[in-house]
Design a protein around this ligand. Structure first.
Ligand code: ADP
Ligand code: MG
Length: 561
């Protein structure tokens, strides 16, 4: 058996173009070839379980190896293999709709994914790092002959009889001069860890040393076990998102979290996604402790397609406000070689996005309902997501308005409805609008807060990085409501509580205290207002922002006020 032929695309030497334009992403060749190998193994398992293949399937295995001297990288599997006919069908007929279109489009392609996705070039990504690619394969089909295909990156290929004696396929890459960096254990291990860590078939990459505890005899003096060489399997074939939530304990979720983010604190809680319809989506999303450090935390969600890592740029799939979450999502509806433009255009992606948003809202509502105390104690962290969501999405605002909390300076928590009820009797301005008082700097505004408190008003704590925007959202969303930063004028303008505050100073004393302060400050355009509140620890407040702290310090030092 020997055949020479031409790959059916209508232009010469398309591979130099691929190589040249895709250089920056060239490591994905390994992802593509390993996932083809995994597919091939899963196909034989499926055929066997359907009774269409009666031979032994053996231990499913994909093996990646390299030979520095021969300058080759080999990806082999014990999957279904290919006949020479199938090679011609699946490998030679590249899914180009036309060479012109390709040449037209590659000009604008920004990354390899876009090209590969558009043109079905998974296998051909091998040419990004190879001068020559060889396939050795033996099909599972009865009486199949081993076949060998070799191609040097031109459109010419050669098919001859192959060497393989066992079912499966080996892809041998003859690594080109520019890509010698890949002939390195750590380089390859790093790429495998990135893309293949959770693939569903064991992937072997060399061997490693392990203690052999069986080697220690009961009565041995030296209890130290011998070392033995074992296969270095680089992946976990059943990561938690592939399991059903009922099989899993909290500890499993936490262990997985630590594996993904070894340097992070424990997450607050998590959501296990499991959707079959109208799209397939699995995943686990964790709520981290954000600690007000929002930028640092972004881009921690990993996107997978059938357990193959694709990217951690999930901007289109996850609503922007949930980009702070950690974890994984996996959808076979998203192609391996996904590009930004695909994500933006794809209808499923939009559905996934709104599904995740809804799931997150459901989970928060449930936490709020089942254990409000615990929910309140985590509000400092949760609140950031919720507020961010309410600011950025009307739909989420509507879902969240029942479990969003407002906290005041006394560390009490209220839902929006509860808070309205609380302040309605007292905090209105002369037009009858509800006035929500807040502080964004409780230390500096302490005197105003106390003054408001004495009058029976409540002051909200709004000092997270996002609260500025959240305040605007509340004003926009709540009827007949204004948000006012607490200060003296604001407090004064509210309709005061019935009982009058007893001043500890007479009117003339008040005037002279004011004059003393005005003199001491002695700056034009600044007025000092003295309020005698009649309480022991703070008999007088001087309501001038810039000097508050100093005045208080003086009072504390017994400055004779
Ligand atoms: P895709 O994986 O999207 O189908 P590829 O270009 O990666 O596209 O692969 C083309 C086809 O070549 C596969 O669909 C499969 O039929 C065949 N193929 C590639 N690698 C293998 C392999 N290791 N074993 C069996 N068939 C393979
Ligand atoms: Mg493929």
């Amino acid at each position: 058996m020997q055949e020479k032929g031409s790959i059916s695309i209508h232009t010469e030497n398309i591979f130099p173009i691929i190589k040249k334009f895709l250089y920056s992403d060239n490591e994905i060749f390994l992802r593509e070839l390993v996932s083809n190998a995994v597919d091939a193994v899963q196909k034989i398992k499926r055929l066997s379980s359907l009774g269409q293949y009666n031979g032994a399937i053996g231990e499913p295995l994909v093996e990646v190896s390299f030979d520095e001297a021969a300058k080759t990288i080999t990806i082999s599997d014990n999957g279904i293999g290919m006949t020479a006919e199938e090679i011609k069908k699946y490998i030679n007929q590249i899914a180009f709709s036309g060479a012109e279109e390709f040449v037209e489009k590659f000009k604008d392609a920004k990354d390899a994914n876009e090209l590969i996705g558009k043109f079905g070039l998974g296998f051909y990504s091998a040419f990004m790092v190879s001068d020559k690619v060889e396939i050795q394969t033996l099909s599972y089909q009865e009486g199949a002959q081993p076949a060998r295909w070799i191609c040097d990156g031109s459109t010419e290929f050669e098919i001859t009889e192959g060497d393989r004696t066992t079912r499966g396929t080996s892809i041998i890459l003859h690594v080109n001069a520019d890509s010698q960096e890949f002939l390195d254990k750590y380089k390859l291990q790093g790429i495998l860890d990135k893309y293949c860590k959770f693939l569903p078939v064991p992937i072997k990459f060399g061997t490693k040393k392990e203690y052999d505890y069986d080697s220690v005899a009961e009565d041995a003096e030296d209890k130290k076990p011998k070392e033995k060489e074992v296969d270095n399997i680089i992946n976990d074939t059943t990561p938690i998102w592939t399991k059903t939530p009922s099989e899993l304990k909290d500890e499993d979720y936490l262990r997985f979290y630590r594996e993904l983010y070894p340097m992070s604190e424990e997450p607050l809680f998590w959501i296990h996604l499991n959707v079959d319809h109208p799209f397939t989506l699995t995943g686990v999303l964790y709520f981290p402790k954000v600690r007000n450090d929002m930028e640092f935390q972004r881009n921690k969600i990993k996107l997978f397609s059938r357990q193959v890592f694709i990217t951690d740029e999930v901007k289109e799939i996850v609503p922007d406000f949930l980009m702070l979450l950690h974890g994984v999502i996996d959808s076979p509806d998203i192609p391996l070689n996904v590009s930004r433009s695909f994500l933006q255009a794809d209808g499923n992606v939009k559905k996934i996005n709104s599904h995740i948003s809804k799931k997150v809202a459901d989970k928060l509502a449930e936490l709020f309902r089942t254990d409000r105390k615990a929910y309140e104690s985590k509000w400092a962290d949760i609140g950031l997501f919720v507020k961010y969501g309410m600011i950025s999405e009307d739909k989420f605002y509507d879902r969240a308005k029942d479990f969003a909390l407002l906290s005041n300076t006394k560390e009490e928590y209220y839902t929006l409805a509860e808070y309205k009820d609380k302040i309605e009797p007292l905090q209105k301005d002369k037009d009858g609008k509800l006035v929500y008082l807040y502080t964004n700097d409780p230390a500096r505004q302490d005197a105003f807060i106390q003054s408001a408190d004495r009058k029976g008003y409540d002051v909200l704590l709004m000092n997270s990085p996002i609260d500025n925007h959240f305040i605007h959202t509340l004003e926009r969303k709540l009827d007949q409501t204004t948000m006012k930063r607490v200060d003296a004028d604001v407090v004064d303008k509210l309709i005061a509580k019935d009982e009058k505050i007893e001043s500890v100073l007479t009117e003339s004393e008040t005037t002279s205290v004011r004059e003393i302060f005005e003199k001491a400050i002695s700056k034009p355009n600044m007025t000092v207002k003295v309020e005698a509140l009649g309480s022991e620890e703070l008999p007088v407040t001087v309501t001038m922002d810039e000097f508050m702290r100093r005045m208080k310090d003086m009072a504390a030092m017994g400055g004779g006020m």
